[in-house]
Design a binder for this molecule. Structure first.
Ligand SMILES: Nc1ncnc2c1ncn2[C@@H]1O[C@H](COP(=O)(O)OP(=O)(O)OP(=O)(O)O)[C@@H](O)[C@H]1O
Ligand SMILES: [Mg+2]
Length: 253
């Protein structure tokens, strides 16, 4: 079943003399249960892509379907429901509400969905337990490490069982050990909870956790690597090779 479909999506910023074509005819689809990474150098259009899916920004052309509904044609009311119910977000920073505790941050999407308090509480406890953050329950985001913040953000993104979880450079502010832990967690969310995930990253080691990797360059998709039966290491090497063939990338291997 198709969760996400982009049809010939383009995005142009600026006007007249100073146009930036951030996305240029991107078509892709993501099936339920996939864990897709979008890779590309700085400025290739990764964040733009996520912002369009999140409806933080409007497309200049093309359409975006989530669960078969075109988000580019929704009313404000429909958009609010779409963002709240269909999507989960994990971003590099500013994920959590600073005035709420870890527990309150995670339970929030359920409260907003009108889930009964007892059930919301049970689901929140369950997810905190499997994410290993039960002991952080009453802490505020400002009292957490970067890794703990991202675990909490992942729990919040997952708890409402959205159709699609989108993540923009979720490991961007983490060291390599915490990055690996976070990617293991995203993998667990995908495998154990069946979450459909679309993440963007410029880091091949991060992308190698996905089940499929799409490559963006200058706003266009130019290649794709599927996991098939490959190990993380084999997929990693393939990703590095594709990036090298595309004229190098902005990272150290
Ligand atoms: N609000 C904006 N106004 C004008 N140009 C923009 C805007 N947002 C992005 N761009 C331009 O669009 C292009 C794509 O930007 P985008 O942020 O999508 O890149 P990215 O792949 O996420 O890069 P990074 O890895 O650095 O985060 C860039 O050339 C950028 O300068
Ligand atoms: Mg970006």
């Amino acid at each position: 079943m198709k969760i996400l479909e982009l049809r010939n999506v383009s995005k142009v910023y600026g006007k007249d003399g100073a146009l930036t074509r951030a996305l240029d005819g991107v078509s892709l689809s993501v099936d339920a249960g996939e864990f897709v990474a979008v890779m590309g150098a700085s400025g290739s259009g990764k964040t733009t892509l996520l912002n369009l899916i999140a409806t933080i920004d409007d497309v200049s052309g093309g359409s975006i379907l989530v669960d078969g509904r075109d988000v580019t044609a929704m009313s404000d009311e429909e958009l609010a429901a779409y963002r709240g119910l269909k999507l989960g977000f994990v971003f590099q920073e500013y994920n959590l509400l600073d005035t709420l505790t870890v527990y309150e941050n995670i339970v929030l999407p359920l409260t907003l969905r009108g889930v009964h308090r007892a059930e919301a509480d049970a689901r929140t406890r369950d997810i905190m337990e499997s994410f290993g953050i039960t002991q952080l329950r009453d802490k505020f985001p400002g009292e957490l490490s970067g890794g703990e913040r991202q675990r909490t953000a992942c729990a919040r993104a997952l708890v409402g069982q959205p159709s699609l979880i989108i993540a923009d450079e979720p490991t961007g502010a983490l060291d390599s050990r915490n990055s690996r832990n976070l990617m293991q967690l995203l993998r667990m969310m995908n495998e154990k909870y069946g979450a459909t995930i679309l993440t963007v990253t410029h880091d091949p080691a991060v992308a190698a956790y996905a089940t499929r990797v799409l490559f963006l360059r200058d706003g266009r998709l130019f290649d794709e690597a599927a996991r098939g039966g490959k190990t993380d290491d084999e997929l990693f090497r393939e990703i590095v090779a594709i990036n090298a063939a595309a004229g190098g990338a902005d990272y150290d291997v």
